[in-house]
Design a protein around this ligand. Structure first.
Ligand SMILES: [Zn+2]
Ligand SMILES: [Zn+2]
Length: 144
């Protein structure tokens, strides 16, 4: 997803978020890195450009985005939260060898168990884990 600062500004405003500079930069980072970065990834990259940036600001900004429903959290990693600007229906596959997170199309609308009738479902996550074809093709290393 390639998106200009101006478009991000409009997008944030449409979602009732004041487009401050750090917010614009955090969103821009997420939009240009569809790799599901962690808070640390975002912070380490942006602090080079915005030396006054704190990790708390990044956290708070992401929190704001999540509450506005323009970013979602991917918890596939267990101990690390990852962030995703793609809020359309899709599943995540984590390769346990190279730790890459792949996305795949899945229609989560069809996942509607009748036992949840009457529940207000806000979010549906589909997480798969295993080994990606790239890693499967690699000869097994002895050391690791
Ligand atoms: Zn994703
Ligand atoms: Zn892999």
């Amino acid at each position: 997803m390639s998106i200009s600062i101006n478009e991000i500004k409009k997008y944030l405003l449409r979602n009732d978020i004041k487009p401050s500079f750090p917010r614009l930069k955090v969103f821009e980072y997420l939009a240009s890195h569809p790799t599901h970065p962690t808070v640390d990834d975002i912070y380490q990259s942006l602090v080079k450009e915005i030396p006054t940036l704190s990790k708390t600001t990044v956290y708070n900004t992401l929190d704001l985005f999540i509450r506005a429903n323009i970013v979602r959290v991917v918890t596939i990693d267990g101990n690390e939260l990852r962030y995703d600007v793609d809020i359309t229906n899709h599943g995540h596959f984590k390769c346990e060898q190279c730790h890459t997170i792949y996305e795949f199309d899945i229609d989560t609308d069809v996942l509607s168990p009748s036992s949840l009738d009457g529940f207000d479902i806000r979010e549906k996550n589909v997480y798969f884990k295993g080994t990606c074809p790239r890693c499967l093709a690699k000869p097994k290393s002895v050391s690791s």
